[in-house]
Ligand binder design. Structure first.
Ligand SMILES: [Fe+2]
Length: 163
C-alpha cells in the first residue's frame, strides 16, 4: 500500500532535483575535508575546526537527502562518478589561501542555495510537504553560514553589500 499522497510524475521531478542536490553536497563535503586537512597559516586552528563542523553538518544532510529520495520511492544516486557529472559544485585545489577557501565556500553556498530553490519549486508543485519542510530548514541555515563566511572575509572598514 502506498503511504504517499503524491502525484507520481511530480514526485519524480522532486527526486531528480534532490539527487542533483545530493551530488552538490558530496562535492561540497569533500571540499570541506580537503580544506580541513590542507589549511595553513595563522587561522589554522580556527578554520581547521570550523571546516570540520561544516562537513559534519553536510554529512548529516547527505544522509537525509538520500533517504528522502528513498521515501519518495526513488533511488538516490550513489556513485562519485555520477556526482562529478551532475554537480554544480566543482572540486578545488588543495593549496588555496585561507581567504580563497572562504570565497570558494561562499560561492558553493550560492550554488547549493540555487539547487535548493529548484527542489523547493518542484516540491511545491508536487505538494510534497515533507521535502518542503526538510529543505526549507537547510536554506535558512546556509544563508546564515554564508553571512558568517562573508563577514570573515571583510575588513573592519567595509560595509555589508546589499544584494
Ligand atoms: Fe580531522
Amino acid at each position: 500500500m502506498s503511504y504517499l499522497n503524491l502525484n507520481k510524475e511530480k514526485a519524480q521531478a522532486v527526486a531528480n532535483e534532490l539527487n542533483t542536490l545530493l551530488a552538490d553536497y558530496h562535492l561540497y563535503y569533500q571540499k570541506l575535508r580537503n580544506f580541513h586537512w590542507n589549511i595553513v597559516g595563522s587561522y589554522f586552528f580556527e578554520l581547521h575546526e570550523k571546516f570540520e563542523e561544516m562537513y559534519n553538518d553536510a554529512q548529516v544532510r547527505i544522509d537525509e537527502i538520500a533517504e528522502r529520495v528513498l521515501t519518495l520511492r526513488y533511488t538516490p544516486t550513489s556513485n562519485f562518478s555520477d556526482y562529478l557529472e551532475m554537480a554544480h559544485v566543482k572540486e578545488s585545489p588543495s593549496d588555496l589561501e585561507d581567504k580563497e577557501m572562504m570565497k570558494t565556500l561562499l560561492e558553493d553556498h550560492g550554488k547549493l542555495l540555487k539547487q535548493m530553490a529548484k527542489v523547493m519549486d518542484a516540491a511545491d508543485k508536487a505538494e510534497d510537504e515533507g521535502t518542503l519542510d526538510l529543505i526549507g530548514g537547510y536554506i535558512a541555515d546556509h544563508e546564515k553560514t554564508s553571512w558568517m563566511l562573508d563577514a570573515w572575509t571583510m575588513k573592519k572598514t567595509e560595509k555589508h553589500k546589499v544584494l
